[in-house]
Design a protein around this ligand. Structure first.
Ligand code: AMP
Length: 152
């Protein structure tokens, strides 16, 4: 059985390239073996700043938050230009918590594979958790964790 719609979670750093490339390769393979085209969509979640600071910050973060959102939008745009086969219409930039938003979007768009990057953490870093770990738990479909190389 081949996948029909891949949802790639991107953190918008240079590390998202190997994750997108892996997803595109799977989509190309699937499309070559099947009459149907496999769709690839992107999702990036902007975490509310108040959440990151514990929800109790004595200043107005709305301008900073807007800047963060605009910057993310620009970076998403660059990815659409770099990978023209990505489904622009099904890609999303949303505020929220990565696990929850990725699961919700995967359900809403009937995605059958979520693709995330994984740093293969161990020791204390593992205890602190990772987005890949988080996304795996309770996922509404298959999840592929693409191993990211450590920078030397
Ligand atoms: P991390 O565990 O935060 O180092 O991130 C590992 C992977 O989780 C990234 O390669 C992305 O696939 C995904 N990810 C992390 N942060 C986000 C985000 N804000 N929005 C979407 N995906 C993310």
């Amino acid at each position: 059985m081949s996948y029909e719609h891949l949802l790639v979670a991107v953190d918008l750093t240079e590390e998202c390239d190997p994750v997108i490339k892996r997803a595109m390769a799977i989509a190309m393979d699937n499309s070559a073996n099947d009459a149907k085209t496999t769709k690839v969509s992107l999702v990036h979640i902007v975490e509310p700043m108040a959440m990151a600071f514990g929800g109790d910050v004595p200043m107005d973060l709305s301008q900073l938050q807007q800047q963060q959102f605009d910057q993310a939008k620009e970076r998403m745009e660059r990815l659409f230009n770099k990978y023209p086969d990505i489904q622009r219409g099904d890609s999303h930039l949303v505020y929220g918590q990565p696990r929850q938003e990725i699961h919700e979007l995967a359900k809403k768009q009937a995605c059958d594979l979520i693709v995330v990057g994984s740093h293969g953490r161990h020791g204390l870093a593992l205890l602190l958790g990772s987005t890949a770990n988080d996304v795996l738990h309770g996922a509404p479909c298959d999840v592929l964790a693409v191993r990211l190389q450590k920078k030397e």
